[in-house]
Design a protein around this ligand. Structure first.
Ligand code: ADP
Length: 403
């Protein structure tokens, strides 16, 4: 099929009407003239062909049906017609009406005719035939042919739609890849001067360039805070771009939960205490082994705990708990913070999404932390999910395969 159907899929194919013309082949010129006239009277458009080669040209260019007298179908002509039919596209099943000799159908069918009948859409009519019969048969043949053209149109439309979808997907993937590469490159370029800013601010603070006044020290600390903040944002963007571009390597091993927790609390507890939050550690299953990249799993938990601290007002409570079943180990970070509206619970895992920029704009962040964390969890064969009640708090659960 495909040669004809696939041709020109980039541009919309012109809608083609089914041909209504009937190609006629009868060996004697007089028969042809009479037949053409009779069919014309019945409103059928017939064209007489002088020989099989001419008829095959007609078929090649597109006809509605073919009417052939059996005498015109010797072995050679039959082979020529079969060869032409083989060239037709797969959706095409050209109706061929063959007028056999008188009493022909009661005897054995000649070989050439038999071969044609078994390879093509052939109707045999035994002469003498009433005009009404032949007209009816030809009209049915033309109707069948129109249906074939309809199917062809339908197939062409589907193919074009499919091709357009494929092209759009290819473009989107290429654009996404280019975006990730750009972000990775930009982030890298931005980190170099930022590190210099931090480094020189520290040198000044240490008094390397001379004594520093108390006010200058305060300013230097502000510079360093801003530098750390900006570096944090850029690291988020870089990490995300690397994940998107598939450039992050995972070293998955069997690791006790205890090792993943190690360092997490040490990093988060100072922020937590500074904000006057209570910390409840209900991690009872620290000896359980999980399949994970230790560093990446730790990164996820640090992100969850930092968010919990960030979005919980002073005096609130942060918790870390774990549970297991046959397949999974669940680590849940809970908080008694502001909570997340139910219709945003999935969106917050999308890159750059923050629940309410107005409300949280006082909070630092890119809206990338959870997107990165979920990606990391899924690359380790696990997942990251959220549950929350507005005004009461949130719970984020990292599930990892049990080892
Ligand atoms: P960021 O913290 O940098 O904004 P995240 O992807 O970590 O980015 O979080 C996206 C958003 O999800 C946050 O801006 C916040 O609106 C919401 N969110 C995340 N964790 C919590 C939480 N524990 N409580 C309330 N809202 C949260």
């Amino acid at each position: 099929m495909t040669a004809t159907l696939a041709a020109g899929v980039d541009e919309p194919a012109p809608r083609s009407e089914a041909p209504e013309c009937i190609a006629l082949l009868t060996p004697t010129g007089r028969d042809a003239a009479v037949a053409t006239r009779v069919l014309a009277n019945a409103g059928l458009d017939a064209s007489a062909c002088p020989d099989m080669s001419a008829l095959c040209h007609f078929v090649h260019d597109g006809v509605g049906a073919v009417l052939i007298a059996e005498e015109a179908l010797d072995a050679q002509a039959s082979a020529m017609l079969l060869a032409e039919l083989a060239e037709q596209p797969a959706w095409s099943d050209l109706p061929i009406v063959v007028l056999t000799g008188e009493g022909e159908l009661s005897r054995t069918i000649p070989r050439a005719l038999d071969q044609l009948a078994s390879h093509a859409n052939v109707t045999l009519l035994e002469r003498p035939i009433r005009v009404a019969t032949i007209v009816t048969v030809l009209r049915s043949a033309l109707r069948a042919r129109r249906r074939q053209y309809d199917v062809r149109e339908h197939l062409l439309e589907r193919l074009e739609i499919l091709e357009r979808e494929r092209t759009a997907r290819r473009h989107a993937e290429a654009a996404n890849q280019a975006k990730s590469e750009f972000l990775a490159m930009m982030s890298h370029e931005l980190r170099t001067p930022l590190n210099a800013i931090g480094g020189y601010a520290q040198l000044l603070e240490m008094g390397v360039r001379g004594p520093v006044t108390a006010l200058q020290r305060e300013d230097l600390e502000r510079i360093e805070r801003s530098q750390r903040h900006l570096l944090g944002l850029i690291n988020d963007v870089l990490n995300f771009a690397k994940l998107e571009a598939g450039r992050v390597q995972f070293a998955i091993t069997r690791v006790p939960l205890r090792d993943i927790f190690l360092g997490v609390e040490a990093l988060v507890l100072p922020q937590l205490h500074a904000k006057g939050l209570r910390y409840v550690d209900a991690g009872e299953c620290r000896d359980i082994l999980v399949h994970a990249d230790e560093e990446k799993a730790r990164q996820v938990l640090i992100n969850l705990l930092s968010n919990a601290v960030k979005f919980t007002p002073a005096g609130g409570k942060i918790g870390l708990a774990c549970s297991v079943d046959d397949q999974w180990v669940y680590t849940t970070v809970t908080d008694s913070g502001m909570g997340i509206p139910p219709d945003r619970l999935e969106a917050i895992f999308e890159p750059f999404v923050q629940v309410d920029r107005g409300l949280t704009s006082r909070q630092e962040g890119t809206g990338l932390g959870l997107a990165i964390s979920r990606d990391l969890a899924r690359h380790m064969g696990g997942d990251l999910t959220a549950a929350s009640v507005i005004g009461e708090g949130s719970a984020f659960t990292l599930s990892l395969p049990r080892a």
